[in-house]
Write a protein that binds this ligand. Structure first.
Ligand code: APR
Length: 234
């Protein structure tokens, strides 16, 4: 096996579950009585902007009540102490990786604490409520929307993700069901590249069979143990 220098980590809702943020497809996977897919599409935004904006306002406000858990903290420690390359790609829209201290981070599905102008494409930090018709400071258009990649839209930073996986020696998937593409396909790209692949998840996922190794358990236990093991071998 080639020495491990460049690592790509993909995280999903499972890494934030122990912080109190519900996952999408686990027990209680409905959000505020809505299925995520019913409020996370361009059609839903067009049909009922008030519902969609309010749905994300509630999730944005709820960030004040949660904190990073040991998994987020361990990944930030890895970034500080790892001498090779490390990139964290998260499907999550919460800000727990940042609050734990991670900097080299890509939110491929957008972020709750950001707003997107549907007219000019400008993305701006936004922490409070975002009512429909909010004005964009860049173009003046009254079309700021939640900066969330809806189903059917193109995830962010795919070029950087492809490059990172194309040069990684290790790909690690943490807390994701492997149900949504393109993220669910990243492990195949890593396998094709000849990288080692590891899954850390509470239970077997749709992609478990595609990893060299799959460790089952809560992220708050598995991730700190894996980071300690990796740094000890550095
Ligand atoms: N520790 C580790 N893994 C956990 C934990 C935990 N404490 N709790 C749950 N999990 C695992 C579940 O077993 C599941 O495999 O996390 C995964 C969560 O899966 P999903 O709810 O499908 O969330 P995710 O994989 O992030 O969804 C991907 O789908 O709905 C869209 O855009 C949304 O980004 C999301 C994408």
């Amino acid at each position: 096996m080639q020495p491990i220098r460049n690592i790509v980590v993909l995280t999903g809702a499972g890494v934030s579950a122990e912080s109190g943020i519900a996952t999408f497809r686990g027990p209680g996977g409905l959000w505020e009585g809505h299925r995520v897919e019913d409020v996370c599409t361009p059609e839903a935004l067009r049909a009922d902007p008030r519902l969609v904006h309010r749905f994300y306002d509630l999730r944005r406000a709820a960030l004040a009540d949660v904190a990073p858990n040991a998994a987020h903290v361990a990944l930030a420690e890895l970034e500080r102490s790892w001498t090779g390359e490390l990139l964290i790609v998260t499907q999550n829209v919460d800000d727990l990786h940042e609050r734990a201290g991670t900097h080299r981070l890509l939110h491929m599905h957008g972020a709750l604490r950001s707003a997107l102008c549907a007219v000019c494409g400008t993305r701006v930090a936004h922490t409070g409520p975002l009512p429909p018709g909010s004005r964009c400071g860049a173009c003046g258009g009254a079309a700021l929307r939640p900066d969330i990649v809806f189903f059917g839209e193109i995830p962010y930073a795919m070029d950087r993700i492809v490059d990172a996986i194309g040069t990684c020696d290790l790909f690690v998937s943490i807390g994701t069901s492997g149900a949504v593409y393109p993220a669910a396909g990243f492990v195949e790209w890593a396998n094709d590249r000849g990288a080692a692949t590891l899954e850390l998840n509470l239970e077997r996922s749709a992609g478990s069979g595609r990893f060299d190794e799959s460790r089952l358990g809560p992220a708050s236990e598995l991730v700190p143990a894996w980071v300690a093991e990796l740094l000890a071998g550095q």
